[in-house]
Each structure stands twice: as structure tokens, then as C-alpha cells.
Design a protein around this ligand. Sequence first.
Ligand code: PMP
Length: 338
Amino acid sequence: MADPRLAGTSIADSVIDVFGNTPIVRLDRMMEVEQIPSVLAMKMETTNPGGSAKDRPALEMILAAERSGELKPGGTIVEPTSGNTGVGLAIVAAQRGYQCVFVMTDKNGQEKIDLLKAYGAEVVVCPVAVAPDDPRSYYKVAERLTHERNAYRPNQYGNPDNPEAHYKTTGPEIWEQTAGRITHFVAGAGTCGTITGTARYLKEQNADIQIVAADPEGSVFSGGTGRPYLVEGVGEDFFPNAWRPDLYDEVIPVSDADSFAMARHVSRTEGILIGGSGGLAVAAAIQVAKRAKPDDLVVVLNPDSGRGYLSRIFNEDWMVNFGFVTECEQCVGAVLDA
Ligand code: PMP
């Protein structure tokens, strides 16, 4: 509700009123270093209050549940989430008076768990190395908790309001910000909400816009078996409801090593700190932009910040342990830093 005392000011009514409207920035230095003939620009979802693209579907899903009566005043929200959707839900819940319980796997970083707790949410951690129908899996634990607490379950993997949020906001923003000149859109796919909602809007404006999904090697979207990979928030071992291959012109697989190397490269080259799934998307976008014509405009969506990955992608010991950086490269880095 607007406060009449603030009439004429540009003060927002609440934090949820400043979701979206994220900037797009030309990746000038990357274009130079990578010798890219077209224009490569990044939609920076890090400027959402929760620091990721997932604020948008979190709000859309909660507002829809309020309208349908599934979520009652003071009610509880239970969701299995790798973190970013949880942050978005936790923000909206705090602002609108709901309780949150999040179910995560032990693959996720401690920073993400602490972050959700900081918003007052409860976090339950489950093992990643079990089958989806195992009672310890995060899907099954979320089901049980929903039942036990008579909670509302947004179910971002099946909820049409997830892609709808991007259809209503991300797509129109990109179309307007590029003055309709976008030729290619590249984004990572997890629930597929971002890529599908944005693609649906952009293709309605101009069916020639090429939609490219970036996918971790091993994930089913690019023909993998669903075997484990380390990049977080993208790729799946099943096809979510929002998976719409008819809307995607190409799916590009990217390895963990290339995703992490690119996250570090972009952070250092552009001064834009991005995470592993952002690195994955940029790695795919660079392939696209290198093949594109000089007049083409490639927009890559960066879903979240590298801040959530300081103890992993940006930690030398972790990178060496997993074989992504050799001891030798680490020594060279140390000498250069000295
Ligand atoms: N990157 C990160 C870090 C994420 O948390 C998510 C959300 N799962 C994505 C990318 C992919 O977004 P979407 O679920 O809309 O496909």
C-alpha cells in the first residue's frame, strides 16, 4: 500500500517492488580479449535484491498462491532449492509474513545455507548421492515436510508461474533494453524457467531470435546421463515441466572446468564477479558470439554472483583439489600476486 506522505518521491513501497529491471552491460573487455566480431552483452541479474534471477519467480509463485488461497496469511513455505530460489522466497516471505523451510543437498556451499538462515529460514540438508525416490533425497524430504507442516510447496520444477515470471519481466526488459535488436539469447537451464519464459516472450516478438541453452556436461538437457557435475543451479537428471526444446535453437554442453575458468576470467577481466553457472552461460555465449555476424547482438544472462562461491571456484585449494587448477598454475599465481 502506497504511503501518501511519500507522494511524488521515487521511494519504493517495499523490497519486492524493486525486483527486476536489471541492467544489461556490454562485455567490452571480453569482446576484445576473445576477439568477438559481434556484440556480447550481459543481463546482470545480480542487481535483484536477493542477488539472483530467482527473485522473479519466487515473487510470482507466492503472489499466485496467495490469490488461489493455497498460501494463507502466516503460512509455511517448503521448497527444495539450491539456494537462489530460497533467497527469493525468503525475502518475499519475510516481507509478507510467512515461515520458510528449505531442503538442500550437501553439494551446495555452506555460504548458501548460512544465507538462507540469515533471512530467518530453516534449512534441512540432504545427501546428493542418493536416487530421487530414496526417502533421504531432497525431493522426498521436501514432500514429507510439506505434509507434516501443512505447508505450501511452490514446486519451482513444475510451477508454470516460474517461467511466467520471466515471460512477464525478463523477456520484455531485454526486448526494450536492446530496442528489439537482440539476435541471440543465451542462458543456463536448471528448472528451465529463465530460458523458457524469456524465450517465449522474445520469440513472440521476433521468431528469428536464436535461443541457446547452456548445460553442464553430463546433464540430460544436452544428452547426458545425469551423472554428477559440480557447477551449481543448472543441469538436471530429469526433464522439468518448463523444459521446452521446441523453443531452443541449440543446447551447448560446457564442462565444469570451462565453466569455472570462465567465471574467474570474466570476474577478473570485466570486474563483474560471477558464479559457475554464469561462467557456463558466458562460455556458451562466447562460442555463439564468435560465430555470429558483426551486426548481431548476443545477450547472455548471468543468474547470480560469485560471492556465493568464494570457498569453491575462487578458492585456490578447492580448485587444485578438484584438479581445475594445477599446483603449477597456483605457484605462478602466487608469484604474480606477490
Ligand atoms: N544458475 C543458478 C546459480 C541457479 O540457482 C539457477 C536456478 N536453478 C539457474 C542458474 C538456472 O535457472 P532456471 O532454474 O530458471 O533454469
